[in-house]
Design a protein around this ligand. Structure first.
Ligand code: ZN
Length: 222
């Protein structure tokens, strides 16, 4: 039966999607966390995602989609590629997995539809999008229309972080009562180190900059 009371969250166990998972729990009666194994080097993140879902009391579903990581060459799945620490002037950093959000959200839509669910949640942000084109609002809106046309349904893709920077994402986690959980139990680091991470990779630097900014705003000394 069709419902607008349930949502499927595209869930990786990182800061952004974990914040979105708890945002979804506030806005929907039931939430399913959908986690993809796309060939990422740090497969440990799936274990962390599973543990967070268990703590949140939501159904956790793992899906194997190694094709997505293998189709386009990128440093998150290819051991032989050295990770870009800076965005190259004329292109995207090699941490960009081409088509990832396109595939994830398309699969999530079919997965949700099978369960009578038409609300999807993703943690993409245009404000802090690391140069990835599939994190932009225009792409999400376009895909939402495409999914509706593709399946003749009325999907809604929710993007609670779209216009938030990392500091505002930390603020949202705090509002939702999961600041400590997000800080210590999530994995954002490209080197696979949980919590505050390696402190040196682009994902850690972005996360830390936002965290420091948020703590300063709160009046806590960093
Ligand atoms: Zn790191």
């Amino acid at each position: 039966m069709e419902t607008r009371e349930k949502a499927v969250v595209v869930f990786s166990g990182g800061q952004d999607s974990t914040t979105c998972l708890f945002w979804a729990l506030k806005h929907f009666k039931e939430v399913i966390a959908l986690c993809f194994r796309y060939g990422q080097k740090h497969i440990h993140e799936v274990d962390m995602a599973r543990a967070i879902a268990r703590r949140a009391g939501v159904e956790f579903f793992e899906m194997d989609v190694p094709l997505i990581g293998a189709l386009g060459r990128n440093s998150l799945t290819d051991e032989s590629l050295e990770m870009d620490f800076q965005k190259p002037a004329e292109s995207y950093p090699n941490t960009f997995v081409p088509g990832r959000n396109l595939f994830f959200l398309s699969i999530a839509a079919v997965f949700a539809r099978e369960r009578g669910i038409f609300d999807l949640v993703t943690g993409v942000s245009q404000t802090d999008f690391s140069g990835y084109p599939d994190c932009r609002d225009s792409f999400i809106r376009s895909l939402n229309v495409t999914l509706n046309l593709a399946m003749d349904e009325q999907f809604v893709i929710h993007t609670p972080l779209m216009w938030r920077d990392k500091a505002q994402t930390w603020a949202l986690a705090d509002e939702l009562g999961v600041f400590e959980l997000v800080r210590t139990q999530t994995l954002t680091c490209y080197n696979g180190i949980p919590g505050d991470g390696c402190g040196a990779c682009p994902a850690c630097l972005l996360r830390k900059r936002g965290l420091d900014q948020y703590l300063r705003q709160k009046g806590e000394v960093v």
